[in-house]
Ligand binder design. Structure first.
Ligand SMILES: [Zn+2]
Length: 133
């Protein structure tokens, strides 16, 4: 049986893979009832070597290059930080952010086996994802 929440998550991942990342962030923000984060290619200086990061002061998700715009793991991981820094208090952890992203990707995988290795593909980049809060 297809669960609505499952379908929502699968759709978000598909949007990101289709480079409709702005749309995905809008849908996510609406779903969680929060403001839409900004999305920028290029890292802030202090995180220059990272794949992605979220800057709560500017509510901006930074990704290192255009390729990462369509990387569901990076986008969803950073969106989790956006979700958890509402009211400026960071309550999320890296582990939770990874889990959050994985849940979406897993939902997507149940709909489309073709993208089976989407989540594994980015495992190696986890370590230099974003700075600790
Ligand atoms: Zn993170």
């Amino acid at each position: 049986m297809v669960h609505n929440d499952h379908l929502f998550k699968a759709n978000i991942v598909q949007l990101i893979l289709m480079k409709e990342t702005d749309e995905a962030l809008k849908a996510l923000s609406q779903h969680y009832g929060i403001g839409v984060p900004h999305l920028r290619v290029g890292m802030p200086k202090r995180s220059a070597k990272k794949v992605g990061c979220y800057v709560s002061e500017t509510k901006t998700i930074h990704v290192m290059n255009w390729e990462k715009i369509e990387d569901p793991f990076v986008i969803l991981h950073e969106f989790y930080h956006h979700l958890r820094t509402q009211n400026r208090k960071h309550r999320g952890t890296e582990k939770h952010a990874n889990r959050f992203a994985e849940e979406f990707i897993e939902a997507f995988q149940t709909f489309d086996k073709h993208y089976f290795n989407v989540s594994c593909k980015y495992k190696n980049s986890n370590d230099n994802m974003c700075s600790k809060p």
